[in-house]
Design a protein around this ligand. Structure first.
Ligand SMILES: C[S@@+](CC[C@H](N)C(=O)[O-])C[C@H]1O[C@@H](n2cnc3c(N)ncnc32)[C@H](O)[C@@H]1O
Length: 289
């Protein structure tokens, strides 16, 4: 058997659920209140839809968002089928403590894409068709940026120049904190591009650290990169003020506090953002780990 996990097309259009994002980026309820959040690449993840329903202000960016809903639906379905086929075939390469089983992992992928597709149709303004290394945003436009399952993972097709430029741009548009996961590539080893990216960011004066994450599908992918601007341009509290304004604008439009939200299939019936965020726990889909 070929021991390598392969993606035979350029990129898989696969997405994780809000719950998986919480674990792979170690997100806490307070992170949703930091200020505007960027998810790049967003893919067909349900993070943006669910975090927005919880009152956060989130923008998802992916070059695929230039496509129509029907095209994305077909792409999601094909990507999930292909991924499941290969994970089934090479299941020994993965750790299924988190998901419980290959089939359950498939259910998560399908739940994420379903939620993404309905939000893509209803709230197109949250999805920006663009790509790294040129995110079309101003310096420090986001308080928190999340970049999952693109950088380092696809280091066999995105080279060092791309990685360094993309990481610098993500750091540029981020006022408070950038989190990148995973640090392992498709061959399940830690990517050789982590070091040059970290060196470049530190050379720019950014504070870069490694933090463990509670998500362990890939044995070598249990940490994330956390990047903060050393001389914080983002004034303390600015994100919260901005966010309060956005929440005020968003709540009436969504009927926030009046109707229960469907939160990746889990009803959320609370009137406060804190309680809504707490309602998303327990965070592990497979129970205590
Ligand atoms: C495996 S998905 C990850 C989606 C999501 N972050 C998650 O973890 O569920 C990878 C995504 O990267 C997107 N992508 C490919 N090239 C990109 C680029 N240059 N800039 C931003 N996104 C890109 C693909 O379209 C795909 O949706």
């Amino acid at each position: 058997m070929n021991e390598k996990f392969e993606v035979d097309r350029e990129f898989l259009f696969l997405g994780r659920t809000f719950e998986e994002y919480q674990d792979l980026f170690e997100l806490e309820p307070a992170d949703l209140r930091r200020g505007p959040i960027l998810d790049c690449p967003g893919g067909p993840s349900s993070f943006t839809a669910v975090a927005s329903a919880l009152g956060a202000s989130v923008t998802a960016v992916d070059p695929m968002y230039e496509r129509s809903l029907d095209e994305l639906e077909a792409e999601c379905s094909e990507s999930v089928d292909r991924n499941m086929e290969q994970v089934r075939e090479k299941r020994d390469l993965f750790d299924f403590d988190y998901y419980g089983s290959v089939e359950n992992r498939g259910r998560f992928l399908r739940a994420a894409t379903e939620r993404f597709l309905s939000d893509y149709e209803r709230s197109p303004d949250r999805s920006v068709a663009a790509g790294l290394p040129d995110p079309p945003f101003a310096d420090d436009e986001f308080a928190l940026s999340l970049s999952g399952n693109l950088l380092f993972l696809y280091d066999d097709r995105l080279d060092e120049t791309f990685h360094v430029a993309a990481a610098r741009e993500l750091a540029r548009v981020t006022g408070d904190e950038l989190r990148v996961f995973p640090l392992a590539s498709l061959d399940l080893e830690r990517s050789g591009l982590v070091e040059p990216v970290v060196d470049a960011l530190r050379g720019d004066g950014r504070d870069v650290r490694f933090e463990p994450v509670d998500y362990d599908l890939r044995p070598a992918a249990e940490e994330m990169l956390v990047v903060s601007p050393r001389s914080a341009e983002w004034p303390a509290g600015a994100g919260r003020e901005l966010f309060a304004d956005q929440r005020a604008a968003v709540r009436p439009a969504m009927g926030y506090g009046a109707a229960p939200f469907d939160h990746d299939g889990v009803p959320v019936t609370t009137t406060s953002l804190d309680a809504a965020a707490r309602a998303s726990t327990p965070r592990s889909p497979a129970g205590p780990k």
